[in-house]
Design a binder for this molecule. Structure first.
Ligand SMILES: [Zn+2]
Length: 278
Protein backbone atom coordinates (compact mmCIF):
# COMPACT_ATOMS: atom_id res chain seq x y z
CA UNK A 1 0.00 0.00 0.00
CA UNK A 2 1.35 3.49 -0.82
CA UNK A 3 2.35 5.77 2.06
CA UNK A 4 -0.96 7.32 3.00
CA UNK A 5 0.64 10.38 4.58
CA UNK A 6 2.17 11.36 1.26
CA UNK A 7 -0.31 10.31 -1.40
CA UNK A 8 -3.72 9.93 0.14
CA UNK A 9 -5.65 9.05 3.29
CA UNK A 10 -6.45 5.89 5.16
CA UNK A 11 -10.02 5.32 6.09
CA UNK A 12 -11.35 2.49 8.23
CA UNK A 13 -14.60 1.04 7.03
CA UNK A 14 -16.71 -1.95 8.08
CA UNK A 15 -14.73 -4.27 5.78
CA UNK A 16 -11.35 -3.13 7.04
CA UNK A 17 -8.80 -0.61 5.97
CA UNK A 18 -9.17 1.17 2.62
CA UNK A 19 -6.87 3.62 0.92
CA UNK A 20 -8.24 6.62 -0.93
CA UNK A 21 -6.75 9.50 -2.87
CA UNK A 22 -7.42 12.94 -1.37
CA UNK A 23 -10.16 13.53 -3.89
CA UNK A 24 -11.85 10.17 -3.26
CA UNK A 25 -11.57 10.74 0.47
CA UNK A 26 -13.21 14.18 0.19
CA UNK A 27 -15.98 12.71 -2.01
CA UNK A 28 -16.52 9.97 0.54
CA UNK A 29 -16.70 12.44 3.39
CA UNK A 30 -19.16 14.56 1.44
CA UNK A 31 -21.36 11.49 0.77
CA UNK A 32 -21.23 10.53 4.45
CA UNK A 33 -22.14 14.07 5.50
CA UNK A 34 -25.05 14.09 3.05
CA UNK A 35 -26.28 10.71 4.28
CA UNK A 36 -26.06 11.85 7.93
CA UNK A 37 -27.97 15.01 6.96
CA UNK A 38 -30.59 12.90 5.14
CA UNK A 39 -31.01 10.61 8.19
CA UNK A 40 -31.40 13.66 10.42
CA UNK A 41 -34.03 14.98 8.03
CA UNK A 42 -35.83 11.60 8.10
CA UNK A 43 -35.92 11.81 11.89
CA UNK A 44 -37.26 15.35 11.72
CA UNK A 45 -39.85 14.46 9.07
CA UNK A 46 -40.96 10.82 9.25
CA UNK A 47 -41.81 9.31 5.83
CA UNK A 48 -45.44 9.59 4.80
CA UNK A 49 -47.54 7.00 3.01
CA UNK A 50 -48.00 8.21 -0.61
CA UNK A 51 -51.70 7.30 -0.52
CA UNK A 52 -53.03 8.17 2.92
CA UNK A 53 -50.28 10.58 4.04
CA UNK A 54 -50.11 8.65 7.35
CA UNK A 55 -46.72 8.39 8.97
CA UNK A 56 -45.00 5.11 8.11
CA UNK A 57 -41.88 3.47 9.49
CA UNK A 58 -39.83 3.43 6.29
CA UNK A 59 -39.55 5.31 3.06
CA UNK A 60 -41.24 3.31 0.22
CA UNK A 61 -43.75 1.94 2.73
CA UNK A 62 -47.50 2.04 2.44
CA UNK A 63 -49.78 2.43 5.46
CA UNK A 64 -51.97 -0.54 6.40
CA UNK A 65 -55.03 1.33 5.05
CA UNK A 66 -53.30 1.93 1.71
CA UNK A 67 -52.28 -1.74 1.42
CA UNK A 68 -55.87 -2.74 2.02
CA UNK A 69 -57.11 -0.34 -0.71
CA UNK A 70 -54.50 -1.26 -3.39
CA UNK A 71 -55.94 -3.61 -6.01
CA UNK A 72 -53.14 -5.78 -7.33
CA UNK A 73 -54.05 -7.64 -10.52
CA UNK A 74 -53.94 -11.43 -10.17
CA UNK A 75 -54.94 -14.23 -12.54
CA UNK A 76 -57.32 -14.88 -14.24
CA UNK A 77 -56.82 -12.12 -16.79
CA UNK A 78 -56.83 -11.64 -20.56
CA UNK A 79 -53.61 -13.28 -21.83
CA UNK A 80 -53.22 -10.43 -24.34
CA UNK A 81 -53.96 -7.15 -22.57
CA UNK A 82 -53.96 -8.32 -18.93
CA UNK A 83 -57.44 -7.01 -18.04
CA UNK A 84 -58.61 -9.00 -14.99
CA UNK A 85 -61.45 -11.49 -15.53
CA UNK A 86 -64.20 -12.17 -12.98
CA UNK A 87 -63.94 -15.89 -13.72
CA UNK A 88 -61.46 -18.16 -15.44
CA UNK A 89 -62.59 -18.58 -19.06
CA UNK A 90 -59.90 -21.14 -19.81
CA UNK A 91 -56.45 -20.97 -21.33
CA UNK A 92 -55.89 -18.54 -24.19
CA UNK A 93 -59.34 -16.91 -24.08
CA UNK A 94 -58.94 -13.20 -24.81
CA UNK A 95 -61.20 -10.33 -23.72
CA UNK A 96 -63.82 -8.94 -26.15
CA UNK A 97 -61.84 -5.77 -26.89
CA UNK A 98 -58.66 -7.71 -27.84
CA UNK A 99 -60.76 -9.97 -30.11
CA UNK A 100 -62.51 -6.99 -31.73
CA UNK A 101 -59.39 -4.88 -32.13
CA UNK A 102 -56.11 -6.65 -31.34
CA UNK A 103 -53.52 -4.25 -29.91
CA UNK A 104 -50.18 -3.77 -31.70
CA UNK A 105 -48.23 -5.00 -28.68
CA UNK A 106 -48.04 -8.73 -28.00
CA UNK A 107 -48.96 -8.74 -24.30
CA UNK A 108 -49.60 -6.11 -21.65
CA UNK A 109 -49.35 -6.61 -17.89
CA UNK A 110 -50.19 -4.20 -15.08
CA UNK A 111 -49.39 -4.36 -11.40
CA UNK A 112 -52.49 -2.50 -10.19
CA UNK A 113 -56.01 -1.59 -11.18
CA UNK A 114 -56.14 2.16 -11.88
CA UNK A 115 -58.50 3.44 -9.18
CA UNK A 116 -58.52 6.10 -6.46
CA UNK A 117 -55.71 4.48 -4.49
CA UNK A 118 -53.35 3.94 -7.43
CA UNK A 119 -54.30 7.34 -8.89
CA UNK A 120 -53.06 9.04 -5.70
CA UNK A 121 -49.82 7.06 -5.77
CA UNK A 122 -49.19 7.93 -9.43
CA UNK A 123 -50.05 11.61 -9.05
CA UNK A 124 -47.61 11.82 -6.14
CA UNK A 125 -44.99 10.11 -8.27
CA UNK A 126 -45.63 12.29 -11.34
CA UNK A 127 -46.08 15.75 -9.97
CA UNK A 128 -44.32 15.89 -6.64
CA UNK A 129 -40.86 14.76 -5.79
CA UNK A 130 -41.73 11.24 -4.62
CA UNK A 131 -39.20 9.69 -6.99
CA UNK A 132 -38.16 7.25 -4.23
CA UNK A 133 -41.44 5.44 -4.99
CA UNK A 134 -39.93 4.18 -8.27
CA UNK A 135 -38.14 1.33 -6.50
CA UNK A 136 -41.34 0.02 -4.85
CA UNK A 137 -43.40 0.42 -8.05
CA UNK A 138 -40.69 -1.35 -10.08
CA UNK A 139 -40.83 -4.34 -7.71
CA UNK A 140 -44.59 -4.62 -8.24
CA UNK A 141 -44.21 -4.28 -12.03
CA UNK A 142 -41.46 -6.93 -12.20
CA UNK A 143 -43.79 -9.31 -10.37
CA UNK A 144 -46.63 -8.56 -12.82
CA UNK A 145 -44.33 -8.85 -15.87
CA UNK A 146 -42.10 -11.69 -14.67
CA UNK A 147 -42.95 -13.80 -17.74
CA UNK A 148 -42.00 -11.06 -20.20
CA UNK A 149 -38.68 -9.73 -18.87
CA UNK A 150 -35.62 -11.71 -19.93
CA UNK A 151 -31.90 -10.93 -19.79
CA UNK A 152 -32.08 -10.00 -23.49
CA UNK A 153 -35.23 -7.83 -23.42
CA UNK A 154 -34.69 -4.11 -24.00
CA UNK A 155 -36.70 -2.17 -21.42
CA UNK A 156 -37.65 1.26 -22.74
CA UNK A 157 -40.07 3.97 -21.56
CA UNK A 158 -42.91 5.62 -23.46
CA UNK A 159 -40.99 8.81 -24.23
CA UNK A 160 -42.15 12.32 -23.36
CA UNK A 161 -41.71 15.12 -25.86
CA UNK A 162 -38.69 17.25 -24.88
CA UNK A 163 -40.90 20.26 -24.11
CA UNK A 164 -42.95 18.27 -21.60
CA UNK A 165 -39.81 16.66 -20.23
CA UNK A 166 -38.41 20.13 -19.62
CA UNK A 167 -41.59 21.25 -17.80
CA UNK A 168 -41.74 18.12 -15.64
CA UNK A 169 -37.98 17.72 -15.14
CA UNK A 170 -38.11 13.93 -15.41
CA UNK A 171 -39.97 11.20 -17.27
CA UNK A 172 -41.62 9.04 -14.60
CA UNK A 173 -41.66 6.06 -16.98
CA UNK A 174 -37.89 6.40 -17.49
CA UNK A 175 -37.42 6.28 -13.71
CA UNK A 176 -39.45 3.05 -13.64
CA UNK A 177 -37.35 1.64 -16.50
CA UNK A 178 -34.10 2.40 -14.66
CA UNK A 179 -35.38 0.69 -11.51
CA UNK A 180 -36.74 -2.35 -13.38
CA UNK A 181 -33.43 -2.73 -15.23
CA UNK A 182 -31.46 -2.31 -12.00
CA UNK A 183 -33.51 -4.93 -10.18
CA UNK A 184 -33.56 -7.48 -13.05
CA UNK A 185 -30.23 -6.77 -14.81
CA UNK A 186 -32.14 -6.50 -18.10
CA UNK A 187 -30.71 -4.10 -20.71
CA UNK A 188 -32.40 -0.69 -20.96
CA UNK A 189 -32.67 2.04 -23.53
CA UNK A 190 -33.60 5.56 -22.44
CA UNK A 191 -33.56 8.53 -24.84
CA UNK A 192 -33.14 6.55 -28.07
CA UNK A 193 -36.81 5.85 -28.70
CA UNK A 194 -38.32 9.34 -28.81
CA UNK A 195 -41.53 11.32 -29.20
CA UNK A 196 -41.07 13.25 -32.44
CA UNK A 197 -43.97 15.63 -31.97
CA UNK A 198 -45.72 17.04 -28.93
CA UNK A 199 -49.23 15.59 -28.61
CA UNK A 200 -52.06 17.06 -26.51
CA UNK A 201 -52.82 15.00 -23.34
CA UNK A 202 -54.87 11.89 -24.11
CA UNK A 203 -57.14 12.17 -21.10
CA UNK A 204 -59.95 14.24 -22.64
CA UNK A 205 -60.06 12.38 -25.95
CA UNK A 206 -62.34 9.61 -27.20
CA UNK A 207 -60.91 6.19 -28.07
CA UNK A 208 -60.68 7.16 -31.76
CA UNK A 209 -59.31 10.62 -30.86
CA UNK A 210 -56.57 9.01 -28.78
CA UNK A 211 -55.51 6.83 -31.70
CA UNK A 212 -55.35 9.78 -34.10
CA UNK A 213 -53.53 11.91 -31.52
CA UNK A 214 -50.57 9.54 -31.16
CA UNK A 215 -50.42 8.17 -34.71
CA UNK A 216 -46.91 8.71 -36.05
CA UNK A 217 -45.80 10.47 -32.84
CA UNK A 218 -42.91 8.10 -32.12
CA UNK A 219 -39.54 7.63 -33.75
CA UNK A 220 -35.83 7.27 -33.02
CA UNK A 221 -33.11 9.68 -32.06
CA UNK A 222 -30.93 8.65 -35.01
CA UNK A 223 -30.02 5.66 -37.19
CA UNK A 224 -27.81 4.08 -34.53
CA UNK A 225 -30.73 4.28 -32.10
CA UNK A 226 -33.00 2.59 -34.65
CA UNK A 227 -30.46 -0.20 -35.19
CA UNK A 228 -30.45 -1.34 -31.58
CA UNK A 229 -34.14 -2.28 -31.76
CA UNK A 230 -33.76 -4.41 -34.91
CA UNK A 231 -34.68 -8.01 -34.06
CA UNK A 232 -35.07 -7.10 -30.37
CA UNK A 233 -37.65 -8.08 -27.81
CA UNK A 234 -38.81 -4.76 -26.39
CA UNK A 235 -40.68 -4.18 -23.13
CA UNK A 236 -42.38 -0.78 -23.27
CA UNK A 237 -42.95 0.79 -19.87
CA UNK A 238 -45.60 3.37 -18.95
CA UNK A 239 -47.35 4.41 -15.76
CA UNK A 240 -50.98 3.95 -16.83
CA UNK A 241 -52.70 1.98 -19.60
CA UNK A 242 -56.07 3.54 -20.46
CA UNK A 243 -57.18 2.39 -23.92
CA UNK A 244 -53.76 1.13 -24.99
CA UNK A 245 -53.66 3.64 -27.91
CA UNK A 246 -50.30 5.17 -26.88
CA UNK A 247 -48.68 1.79 -26.25
CA UNK A 248 -50.05 0.46 -29.56
CA UNK A 249 -48.68 3.46 -31.51
CA UNK A 250 -45.30 3.05 -29.83
CA UNK A 251 -45.31 -0.71 -30.52
CA UNK A 252 -46.07 -0.04 -34.20
CA UNK A 253 -43.09 2.34 -34.47
CA UNK A 254 -40.78 -0.22 -32.81
CA UNK A 255 -42.00 -3.04 -35.05
CA UNK A 256 -41.53 -0.87 -38.13
CA UNK A 257 -37.92 -0.46 -36.99
CA UNK A 258 -37.62 -4.27 -36.95
CA UNK A 259 -38.34 -5.20 -33.29
CA UNK A 260 -39.25 -8.89 -33.24
CA UNK A 261 -41.73 -8.56 -30.36
CA UNK A 262 -43.06 -5.69 -28.27
CA UNK A 263 -44.70 -6.18 -24.87
CA UNK A 264 -46.07 -3.53 -22.52
CA UNK A 265 -45.61 -3.28 -18.77
CA UNK A 266 -47.47 -0.62 -16.78
CA UNK A 267 -47.92 0.27 -13.16
CA UNK A 268 -51.73 0.48 -13.36
CA UNK A 269 -54.42 -0.13 -15.94
CA UNK A 270 -57.94 1.16 -16.31
CA UNK A 271 -60.54 -1.58 -15.90
CA UNK A 272 -63.80 -0.40 -17.47
CA UNK A 273 -66.69 -0.98 -15.07
CA UNK A 274 -64.28 -1.85 -12.26
CA UNK A 275 -62.62 -5.09 -11.27
CA UNK A 276 -64.61 -8.22 -12.06
CA UNK A 277 -66.57 -6.49 -14.83
CA UNK A 278 -65.61 -9.03 -17.51
ZN1 LIG B 1 -57.60 -8.22 -23.65
Amino acid sequence: MPDARLTGRVFLNAEGQGWFSDREFDDLMMKRAKSVAASALDLAMPPLCPVTQDEVSAIHALSATAWASAHFIEEPYCPRCGVPFATDYGEGVECPSCIAEPPDFECARAALVYDDASHRMIVGFKHSDRTELASMFARWMIRAGSAMITSKSIITPIPLHKRRLFARRYNQSALLVREIARQTNAPLSVGEFVRKRATPPQKDLSREGRKRNVAGAFGFKNDTATQQFRGAHVVLVDDVLTTGATLSAAARALKRAGASRVDALVLARVVKGGIGAI
